[in-house]
Design a protein around this ligand. Structure first.
Ligand SMILES: [Zn+2]
Length: 77
């Protein structure tokens, strides 16, 4: 009788032991919605890094030369 309870407890423990993935950006446990990251913020950080790796040369869209371009401060790098 107690075996069943023990089995149940073991199963629960096993489930709990399934380690949550750690966010590769900040090391916090990842959440379901933004796996494998802990938050949308870290997901974006990773995406930006990935983009920076992929597109080393910044793509400049210069269709409208006369139009003032909105300068992003983060493009400085
Ligand atoms: Zn994170």
């Amino acid at each position: 009788m107690s075996d069943k309870i023990a089995d149940l407890a073991a199963r629960r423990a096993r489930k709990r032991d399934a380690k949550p993935r750690k966010c590769p950006i900040c090391g916090k446990p990842a959440v379901e919605a933004t796996r494998p990251f802990c938050s949308e913020r870290c997901r974006k950080i990773d995406l930006d890094r990935w983009r920076a790796e992929t597109y080393r040369v910044p793509v400049v869209e210069a269709d409208d030369d006369d139009a003032p371009k909105p300068e992003s401060a983060e493009d400085a790098d």
